[in-house]
Design a protein around this ligand. Structure first.
Ligand SMILES: O=C[C@H](O)[C@H](O)[C@H](O)COP(=O)(O)O
Length: 233
């Protein structure tokens, strides 16, 4: 799929999902290029329709964009609940297992997600896959001793690559940690892998979001379609 088509589908999914936000809600706002379209639409609704809701953001980037539209953003610890979180994803399978973190925001995204009453993902249709893992799995790692964590991943056959920015420096997350991308190809047993990663000392969090999402809105050329997680119905 070319980038122009993909962006169109992302935008359509973002606009569709923006309808889920209503006056008075506390809404988690994800991160990434798809969420950017969502926030643009929420900004439009705020300005043109007088929509009034409170946001909890999953990255500094999203916070800046939302505040630029005059959307009220509060700290997650000042939110006594989050009604709904809308976020992007890098891949999702039919069991509603997904990979996130392509934009290095997975840690805050997971914290916001687990504290939300409902989770919605917005993706273009190229991200709906049979088996996750073609997209390199992001893992957030503490910089101290990161070389040893990477060496362990190598030994386990995870094909780790430290993510670098355009200047060749390690990418830093909003928590100033590193991202190590695991080039796994296919993840046959995501639960086992998640357990292995999270018990590795030096790992803060990983981008496997397993059966957490309630609803996925898929941007499709025929129009956005909804995948409802039967386990969350
Ligand atoms: O860290 C970033 C997030 O998990 C994004 O939601 C994910 O990478 C999807 O991003 P995009 O909408 O840009 O494809």
């Amino acid at each position: 799929m070319d980038k122009e088509t993909q962006d169109k589908l992302k935008k359509a999914a973002g606009i569709e999902a923006a309808q889920l936000i209503r006056d008075g809600m506390v809404a988690g706002l994800g991160t990434g290029s798809t969420v950017k379209f969502l926030v643009d639409e929420l900004g439009r609704r705020t300005r043109e329709e007088g929509l009034k809701f409170t946001g909890v953001t999953t990255s500094r980037r999203t916070q800046e964009q939302a505040e630029g539209y005059g959307i009220k953003i509060i700290d997650i610890d000042d939110a006594d609940h989050i009604d709904i979180t809308i976020d992007g994803a890098d891949e999702v399978d039919k069991d509603f297992n997904g990979i996130k973190g392509g934009g290095a925001a997975l840690l805050w995204e997971k914290i916001v997600a687990v504290n939300s009453n409902k989770i919605v993902w917005i993706v273009d249709r190229s991200k709906v896959v049979d088996t996750i893992g073609a997209f390199p799995l992001p893992v957030e790692v503490i910089p101290f001793g990161a070389g040893h964590v990477i060496a362990q991943f190598k030994k386990r056959g995870y094909k780790p690559v430290l993510r670098l920015d355009a200047q060749g420096e390690p990418v830093r997350t909003d928590e100033k940690n590193y991202i190590v991308d695991l080039h796994l190809g296919r993840i046959e047993n995501p639960k086992e892998l998640a357990g292995d990663l999270i018990t590795t000392v030096g790992v803060v969090e990983h981008g496997l979001f397993l059966n957490m999402v309630d609803t996925v809105i898929v941007g499709d050329p025929a129009g956005p379609r909804v995948m409802q997680n039967p386990d969350k119905a």
